[in-house]
Design a binder for this molecule. Structure first.
Ligand SMILES: Cc1cc2nc3c(=O)[nH]c(=O)nc-3n(C[C@H](O)[C@H](O)[C@H](O)COP(=O)(O)O)c2cc1C
Length: 307
C-alpha cells in the first residue's frame, strides 16, 4: 500500500516537504498543492520552480493543476513536460468559494456535462498520464456513481477520492458509503483520502478496503509528522522530534521567506495542527500563537511535555 502526503496549499510548500523528508520517512510521495495555469508566464514559471529537483531533494513531487479549460490544461501540460513531468493530477476537490464559483475544483463537479466534455478533450489531446483528485460529489455523495462512471471512460492513472462532498468542506465525517460505491465500481487504481489521523484509522480503512492502491494523508500528518512511519510499524512520535522539526523549519524557511515575520507565520500555521497533540497545554498554545519572534516561538515549543 502506497502512502501519500496530501497537497495542502500554503502549508505543504517545497520547503515544508523537504524539511519533513529530512526528519521523517515513510511517505512514498508528496503531492504538491495546486498550480493554476496563468497567462502570466512569470507566475506559471515560479509555480513550476517549486516542483523542481533543487527545491525537492527528497524526490520529485506529484504536480497538481486547478483548471477547467482544456486549452489552458494543454498549454500547462506542454510546459511541465519540458521539465520532465510525465503525470499531472487534476484538482476536482477544492471547496473554497473563490475557486468553486469559477467552476473549478469541486465547483466543476456541479456541471457534469461540461466536466465530461473537458475530460474527453484533455484525455484525447495530452500525452501525459492524468490522475484525478475528486470529492464524492458537489452537493452530496449521491453523485459518486455518476462521477465514477465518467472517470471510468478515461485512462485515469490514479483516482484519489476525498470521501466528502464539496459542500462538506473539511467538516463532518467522511462518507464511507459513497466511497464504498467508488471502491466497487472504479476501474482505476484507487486512493482513499479523509481523516486518517492515526495508525488505527489507517488500519480500519485498509481492513474495509483491502484492494486500495494507496492512502493519502493530510491534516493527520501535520498533527503527527511521524504518522507515515507509525503506520509502517515504526516508533511513535516523540516531543524531541517536534522540537527538532520546528528548528529545522525555521532554518529552512528563513532564507526562503526572507524575514522572521513571514517565517513565523508559516511555523504558526503548522503548529495549529501540532498542538492538537497537546490538548492539556492551553498556556503553551497561547504562547505559541502570541509569539512575536522566532526565539519566543522556539522557546515555547521547547517547553512541550513528553507525548
Ligand atoms: C489548508 C489546506 C489546503 C489544502 N490544499 C489543497 C490543494 O492544494 N490541493 C488539493 O487537492 N487538496 C488540498 N487540500 C485538501 C487535502 O489535500 C485533503 O484532501 C483533505 O485535507 C482531506 O484529507 P485529510 O483529512 O487527511 O486532511 C487542502 C486542505 C487543507 C486543510
Amino acid at each position: 500500500m502506497k502512502l501519500y502526503f496530501a497537497p495542502m496549499e500554503g502549508i505543504t510548500t517545497a520547503t515544508f516537504r523537504r524539511t519533513h523528508a529530512e526528519l521523517f520517512d515513510g511517505a512514498d510521495a508528496y503531492f504538491a498543492p495546486f498550480l493554476t495555469p496563468s497567462d502570466n508566464e512569470k507566475i506559471t514559471k515560479k509555480g513550476i520552480a517549486g516542483l523542481l529537483p533543487d527545491q525537492n531533494p527528497q524526490g520529485t513531487p506529484r504536480a497538481q493543476v486547478l483548471c477547467n479549460n482544456a486549452l489552458a490544461f494543454h498549454k500547462f501540460t506542454e510546459k511541465i513536460k519540458c521539465y520532465g513531468f510525465s503525470e499531472l493530477n487534476l484538482n476536482l476537490g477544492c471547496p473554497s468559494n473563490t475557486v468553486t464559483r469559477k467552476g473549478r475544483g469541486a465547483g466543476f463537479l456541479k456541471d457534469k456535462t461540461a466536466l465530461s466534455a473537458f475530460l474527453d478533450q484533455i484525455f484525447a489531446e495530452n500525452d501525459i498520464r492524468i490522475s484525478i483528485k475528486t470529492r464524492t460529489g458537489y452537493e452530496s455523495g449521491e453523485e459518486m456513481d455518476e462521477l465514477v462512471s465518467m472517470y471510468n471512460r478515461h485512462p485515469v492513472s490514479l483516482l484519489i477520492v476525498h470521501a466528502r462532498a464539496g459542500l462538506d468542506y473539511y467538516k463532518s465525517t467522511p462518507d464511507l458509503a459513497a466511497f464504498r460505491r467508488a471502491y466497487g465500481k472504479s476501474k482505476h487504481p484507487l486512493c482513499y483520502n479523509g481523516d486518517i489521523c492515526s495508525a488505527e484509522d489507517y488500519n480500519r480503512i485498509i481492513a474495509e478496503f483491502p484492494d486500495l492502491d494507496s492512502v493519502m494523508i493530510g491534516r493527520g500528518a501535520l498533527k503527527n509528522p511521524a504518522l507515515f512511519r507509525e503506520i509502517r510499524g515504526g516508533k511513535p512520535l516523540a516531543t524531541g522530534e517536534l522540537i527538532a522539526f520546528a528548528r529545522k523549519l525555521c532554518e529552512n524557511y528563513l532564507p526562503v521567506m526572507g524575514c522572521e515575520k513571514y517565517t513565523l507565520q508559516k511555523l504558526k500555521e503548522i503548529w495549529v495542527y501540532v498542538m492538537q497533540n497537546f490538548p492539556d497545554e492551553p498556556k503553551l498554545s497561547k504562547a505559541i500563537k502570541k509569539a512575536n519572534t522566532l526565539a519566543d516561538f522556539l522557546s515555547a515549543v521547547e517547553c512541550l511535555p513528553e507525548l
